[in-house]
Design a protein around this ligand. Structure first.
Ligand code: COA
Ligand code: AMP
Length: 637
């Protein structure tokens, strides 16, 4: 039997070793990467059980992802393919070309005073320059914070004030299917709202729109780049942050997840082999956005650390021009692994139920289809497996971890697929289901999904600028464990079923959003006395938010007017990506006697699920009143 065949019987052995000898296990994985100085200290844990990986190693992530490959004969291999149906553009970069662009862009930033440890915000659409910017920041040992282009100015402002960037990199515009998004006015407005001001902004002018620049603050990207000299890689410690990525919590203020260079590189490199079964030279296509964690890990760093070719796709799974778009890319570029969110597959299924468009393309190189971002519903998974004839693999992860907590470890041993399950814990993750007292529950029983500390490499060990919030948000619920915020169960075979969030986070088209944040925005409307935002199940986007609103006395606005104003407000304050559309005006909200709104009961009610009304409710008549209103509006039968 070949070595590979031997390995394929070894998931349980690999997992056990990662549990019994984590230092030895991860030391071996770290050896797969080119360090400047190999770490002596593999893992250090503090009194709370928080893990710190590879702290004293010296390295540079951009070096590992680019220069190293050029030095080892991959210079002429394609590193990045840009495919933009919305601008009708396709470009390609070899590893050598991408390394040169990154080195020069780093030189541009160095001239602007960006040094190791400084923060740079990147607010850009899906163009190669966004990836180049991330790698250029990493090259300097600085810290990038990419803000998703679909967020509105106030969201950007909050991130500017928290990360305090020295420089902001942006572009004149982004291009959506039906409209152009002018980024520059959003950036200008965010800087008016923010207290912190960067030294300068550098704007990439796209040919579709030329943005006016503010003298003394804004620079033209192309002009600065033409005058810049390439610079080398700054060595950093394994524990130095590579990036901060903000994610929704239960409050209005997003959490700045800090990703350290060392653990991140080791975990992603390992995942490219163990989970995605990819080898250097193969093509990996994650259809996401660099503004999300999937984009960071599997458009940018994972594929490049592995010496693969990655794809920057500025388009949608449908409409650009049709539901064959993803398959067209798979054929054209010889994609081996495709990774996107269930919403994208549901959109494709709706437009191409029999796979007629899919079957126009030769999917011979495509080995596996991966899905994450939200639960892959069994009908969609079954449809995709049947129509494509490929394994369709659901895997579960979070911004906080940066890679999959549970997955089908295809590069170690492909496990049989169970519909509705994201398969088994990834080596390194000790996943447990706990009851509300923090006690493990028997197999098959639902509970809170928690991960025993210390977490494996790449997972967060702090929140940017707020040490207490890390413990408060994740560690204090169940001592010794990281609380994932998701609920679910593990079956008799050890398969994990993630059933949904147990907090006020919702998942819209694979995008993580906070209902608490939407409530804060709605509560600021002059006509609103109080409100609750709940998640309504949606056939396409998984979940969409709905507002239940109590108006102040004397307000004369109609329900329709209130709804329109709240839609505009949420789009302006958070962004169109929230997909906030429905508002129901109600006379009262159901509360416990201590004043807590019964959001869970409301959510079950609006989704037609059975619900129980707790005995602590202050007025039994409220729920039937709301049910009547929802029925009258056609939301429930
Ligand atoms: N910048 C600015 N606005 C953006 C944006 C961006 N980068 N991305 C989305 N938006 C806007 C859209 O234009 C839309 O605005 P509208 O309400 O004015 O039309 C709104 O945000 C919602 O966007 P989206 O969810 O993309 O809806 P859509 O109807 O345009 O497309 C799908 C529907 C199914 C094609 C789309 O939701 C999709 O591709 N989903 C998969 C998401 C995904 O890949 N997630 C990966 C996370 S791992
Ligand atoms: P994000 O941090 O944006 O990646 O969102 C993470 C959240 O998305 C998780 O906590 C889950 O609620 C949800 N999620 C991601 N992947 C899956 C999956 N495969 N199955 C179920 N939920 C998922």
């Amino acid at each position: 039997m070949s070595d590979k065949a031997n390995q394929k019987t070894e998931y349980s052995a690999e997992f056990s070793r990662s549990m019994q000898d984590p230092e030895g296990f991860w030391r071996d994985q770290a050896k797969q990467l080119p360090w400047f100085k190999f770490p002596e200290q593999i893992l250090k844990t503090d009194a709370q059980g928080i893990g710190y990986w590879f702290a004293d190693g010296e390295m540079n992530t951009a070096y590992m992802a680019l220069d190293h490959h050029v030095e080892n004969g991959r210079g002429d291999q394609l590193a990045l393919l840009y495919d933009s149906p919305v601008t009708d553009t396709k470009t390609q970069y070899t590893y050598k070309q991408l390394t040169e662009c990154v080195a020069r862009t780093a030189g541009m930033l160095a001239k602007l005073g960006v040094n190791r440890g400084d923060r740079v915000i990147i607010y850009m659409p899906m163009i190669p320059e966004a990836v180049i910017a991330m790698l250029a920041v990493a090259r300097l040992g600085a810290i990038h914070s990419v803000v998703f282009g679909g967020f509105a100015a106030p969201e950007l402002a909050v991130r500017i004030d928290d990360a305090k960037p020295k420089v902001i990199l942006s572009a004149s515009c982004g291009i959506e299917v039906k409209r152009r998004i002018e980024y520059k006015p959003l950036l200008d407005h965010a800087l008016e709202l923010a207290t912190h001001q960067p030294d300068c902004c550098v704007i990439y002018q796209r040919r579709e729109s030329i943005a006016p620049l503010k003298a003394g603050r804004d620079h033209d990207w192309a002009t600065l780049l033409a005058a810049a000299e390439p610079v080398g890689c700054t060595p950093v410690k394994g524990s130095d942050p590579l990036y901060i990525l903000y994610t929704s919590g239960t409050t209005g203020k997003p959490k700045g997840v800090v990703r350290e260079n060392g653990g991140h590189a080791v975990a992603l490199k390992y995942s490219m082999s163990a989970i995605y079964d990819t080898a250097p030279g193969e093509v990996f296509f994650a259809s996401s956005d660099v503004g999300w964690v999937v984009g960071h890990s599997y458009i940018v760093y994972g594929p490049l650390l592995q010496g693969c070719t990655t794809i920057v796709y500025e388009g949608k799974p449908v409409m650009t021009p049709d539901a064959g778009a993803l398959w067209r890319l798979c054929e054209e570029y010889g994609v081996k692994s495709l990774f996107t969110a269930p919403t994208a597959f549901r959109a494709v299924k709706k437009e191409d139920p029999d796979g007629a468009l899919m079957h126009r393309y030769n999917l011979g190189t495509l080995k596996n289809i991966f899905s994450a971002g939200e639960r892959l519903d069994p009908p969609t998974q079954e449809w995709l497996m049947k129509t494509s004839g490929k394994p369709v693999i659901d895997h579960w992860w979070q911004t906080e971890t940066g890679w999959a907590i549970t997955a089908n470890p295809c590069g170690i041993e492909t496990m049989p697929v169970k519909l509705g399950s994201s398969t088994v814990p990834t080596p390194g993750f000790n996943v447990q289901i706990l009851n509300e007292n923090g006690q493990p529950v028997p197999r098959g029983v639902q509970g809170y999904i928690a991960i025993q500390l210390p977490l494996p490499p790449s997972c967060l060990n702090r929140i940017w600028g707020d040490d207490k919030r890390f413990s408060q948000s994740y560690l204090n619920f169940f001592p010794g464990y990281y609380a994932s915020g998701d609920g679910g169960y593990i079956d008799a075979d050890g398969y994990v079923f993630v059933m949904g969030r147990v907090d006020d986070v919702i998942n819209v088209a694979g995008h993580r959003l906070s209902t608490g944040e939407m409530e804060e925005v709605i509560a600021n409307h002059a006509a609103v006395a109080e409100c609750a935002v709940i998640a309504r199940d949606d056939d396409l986007k998984g979940q969409v938010p709905m507002g239940l609103v109590v108006l102040k006395g004397g307000v004369t606005l109609s329900e329709d007017e209130v709804q329109q104003q709240l839609v505009s407000l949420i789009r302006a304050q958070i962004g169109a990506i929230t997909c906030y559309k429905d508002t129901v005006v109600v006379a009262r909200l159901p509360k416990t006697r201590s004043g807590k709104t019964l959001r869970n009961t409301l959510s079950r009610l609006v989704n037609g699920k059975e619900y129980t009304v707790p005995s602590t409710i202050d007025d039994m008549a409220v729920i039937p009143e709301i049910a009547d209103k929802l029925r009258a509006r056609g939301f429930i039968a």
